[in-house]
Design a protein around this ligand. Structure first.
Ligand SMILES: NC(=O)c1ccc[n+]([C@@H]2O[C@H](COP(=O)([O-])OP(=O)(O)OC[C@H]3O[C@@H](n4cnc5c(N)ncnc54)[C@H](OP(=O)(O)O)[C@@H]3O)[C@@H](O)[C@H]2O)c1
Length: 411
């Protein structure tokens, strides 16, 4: 078979030669709405430990906003330097679908299984991985559908079998396709860095609380018995946060001390400290008592990190997985060492963490917070909304082989 239309199913196990995808090429790096274009490409071969998933729906993630921009790295050029021939990036890091074909060494899933795919990708023969240690710390680990090709904007997505988790039966394809990347990242950030994990009563400050990561950070905090304080930039997002586990909400537009911390000997430093203290007081007011965050859930980076480091409790942790506003961070080291605080980088999740957060989803203790469902042809548009911070609260999805919203629920 040469190719099938979106939504058309070949016999289970049979795969056409070519498929529909959304991809980026180097000569159109730039605004995501134009960089992402629909194309037809060959379906890739799979390795013995890989699967092809008949992709029903995909989530939209910020990593492929970066891929569209070609910034901070050109993912195509990086792969070509590593010997991969493709001159396109058929990305996408969140997928729900049906396992269609498996390599000979695959034992954990079989054709016909309904799955969601997490985006931790690592070579099975990496000595670090073989040693049984956390594969997310292996030098060769990549993010599927960002640093690897043939991700979830492909009609048939190519993944390593260990990335597959059971699809929650109560969710539609688009609900199931929109959550695992952000949810698993949030889970590792909040539960992966012992002893700074969420415990009963802990206050957790969540930046970008109405965003993809934030929506799960609030819910996981609540599920673990913690108290999430949400930060947003618009009062219209307040109710969303309260509905998804926050005990209080702060509007960051009520403060103006953002950006790099001024030199501690400069006159501007006094004004900065005043702003940071007022923000700390707003956290206490949101909690209803004078308790500082034991964990600060960070991703904006440059503009917020000085404040995060200032307000986190003695012995607490600022855990960060991105630098959306910039990478040059400043902080007042005096508070950092005297109060024995921790600054922890975190990136995606390993299989156990993906399984743990997927179980929370299966048990209905967290919700995907699907905000909006788009068609396959709107993949570029959805990325543009995210780039412009103009997307609705929660997480977006695009249908791939699912022909209409609401399909796929079986419980
Ligand atoms: N390393 C990893 O494993 C990993 C995984 C997932 C995502 N990420 C990264 O994490 C970042 C966020 O991803 P996401 O999916 O949550 O994106 P998102 O849905 O766009 O949410 C990000 C939120 O950040 C907030 N924000 C924007 N500018 C801000 C600023 N100047 N100061 C404070 N907050 C600001 C916005 O909320 P308000 O305007 O309401 O404040 C926005 O809702 C991206 O850079 C993404 O690439 C990394």
């Amino acid at each position: 078979m040469d190719i099938c239309a979106l939504g058309e199913k070949p016999p289970l196990g049979e795969v056409p030669d070519r498929m529909h995808v959304f991809c980026v090429r180097q000569d159109r790096f730039g605004a995501p709405r134009d960089a992402w274009q629909r194309e037809i490409i060959d379906v890739p071969e799979i390795a013995e430990d890989e699967v092809l998933v008949y992709n029903m729906a995909t989530g939209i993630n910020y990593n492929n906003v970066w891929a569209a921009l070609g910034y901070p790295i050109d993912v195509i050029a990086v792969r070509q330097k590593q010997g991969e021939p493709e001159d396109f990036h058929a990305g996408g890091s969140d997928c729900s679908g049906i396992v269609w074909k498996v390599g000979p060494a695959v034992t954990n899933v079989k054709p016909g299984d309904e799955v969601v795919v997490h985006s931790g990708w690592w070579p099975a023969d990496d000595p670090w991985v073989l040693s049984g240690r956390d594969p997310m710390l292996a030098e060769t680990t990549r993010i599927w559908g960002y640093q690897t090709n043939y991700g979830s904007y492909c009609q048939f997505a190519k993944a390593q079998a260990h990335q597959c988790q059971p699809k929650p039966k109560h969710l539609s394809w688009e609900e199931a396709g929109c959550y695992l990347l952000c949810a698993s990242t949030a889970y590792r950030m909040l539960m992966g860095w012992s002893p700074n994990i969420v415990e009963e009563g802990d206050v957790v400050l969540v930046w970008g609380a109405a965003g993809g990561l934030g929506s799960y950070a609030m819910q996981i905090t609540q599920a673990m018995g913690g108290r999430a304080v949400a930060v947003v930039s618009d009062d219209s997002k307040r109710q969303f946060c309260l509905d998804n586990g926050a005990v209080g909400v702060i509007n960051r537009k009520d403060f103006d001390h953002w950006g790099p911390m001024p030199d501690t000997s400069s006159p501007e430093y006094g004004a900065w400290v005043k702003g940071a203290r007022a923000f700390g007081k707003a956290i206490w007011e949101a909690v209803g008592e004078r308790v500082s965050p034991r964990i600060v859930f960070e991703h904006p980076g440059e503009s917020t990190l000085p404040t995060s480091g200032f307000v986190v409790a003695t012995g607490g942790m600022v855990v960060i997985c991105a630098g959306t506003t910039g990478y040059n961070i400043t902080m007042d080291l005096r508070y950092h060492w005297m109060r024995q605080k921790r600054l922890q980088g975190s990136h995606l999740s390993n299989d156990e963490q993906a399984a743990a957060v997927n179980q929370l989803m299966i048990d209905r203790r967290i919700d995907p917070c699907l905000s909006q469902t788009f068609t396959f042809d709107e993949i570029g548009h959805a990325h543009q909304l995210m780039h412009d911070n103009a997307h609705a609260s929660g997480n977006m999805a695009c249908l791939v082989n699912a022909t209409e919203p609401g399909m796929g629920r079986s419980a």
